[in-house]
Each structure stands twice: as C-alpha cells, then as structure tokens.
Design a protein around this ligand. Structure first.
Ligand code: ZN
Length: 132
C-alpha cells in the first residue's frame, strides 16, 4: 500500500495504469459502496479513478450524469461486487432510484462522493431514454 501520495489535503494510493500514461493524470484507488435501495443491502468493491492535475479528488461526473448514474449499470456493479454472474440481465430497467452510491478514498477512507443521504429524482422503476 505504501505511504500514499498527498493530493489536496488527503493521502491517496496511486495506481499504475499502463494504458493511461498521460501527463497530468493520476489514477487512485477508491472504494465504491453501492446500496440496493429496496433492501438496504450495501456491497462494496475496489475501483480506480482519475485525478487531474490541479484537482484534489476524482471527478464523479459519470456517477452524477453519465452512464454510471443509471440503474442498469449500477445493477451490474452490484451483482459483480458479490461475484454474481448468473442472473445478470443487461435489460435491467433504466432509472436513477434503485441504487445509491458512496465513494471513498481507499487510503484515507474519506467519502468524497455520497448519494446515501440524498433523495434521488425518480421513483423506483420509472424508465427513461438513454444511449448506453
Ligand atoms: Zn440505463
């Protein structure tokens, strides 16, 4: 694990990502906690996200507005977090209320993205158009 790298006010575990050696980008270890809002079950998995130079933590745009905001993707992550492969159906409904996400700095355990307390916009199972 090492001692971590100070970025902003927080220590982060750096990850070497061979396919992304761009200047100005660091990859860091994060832990995604994903909650099935119907049952309250929380599963977690280790992930990696980018921090750009000049920024102090990963940009969570894809979790807020991108593909990772959608329940159909989150269902996949939730299933994978428990090692489930059977039962995965890509046609899981799209929406933004079935799962909530909280993301931590794996090194410091600080939460830098949190939907667990927030109300999400749509009712369970309501569909929306998307372009995944
Ligand atoms: Zn979707």
């Amino acid at each position: 694990m090492g001692t971590g790298r100070l970025i902003g006010n927080d220590l982060w575990e750096l990850i070497n990502v061979p396919e992304d050696q761009r200047e100005g980008v660091k990859w860091v270890a994060t832990v995604v906690e994903i909650r099935d809002n119907a049952t309250g079950e929380v599963r977690s998995y280790v992930d990696q996200q980018r921090i750009k130079d000049g920024e102090s933590e990963p940009n969570c745009f894809t979790w807020k507005k991108g593909h990772e905001s959608c329940d159909c993707f989150r269902y996949l992550y939730f299933a994978r977090a428990a090692g489930e492969k059977e039962g995965y159906v890509w046609d899981y409904f799209c929406g933004n209320s079935a799962f909530s996400v909280r993301i931590r700095n794996k090194r410091s355990w600080r939460v830098f993205y949190d939907e667990f307390e927030a109300k999400r916009g749509r009712r369970h199972g309501q569909r929306r158009a998307h372009n995944h």
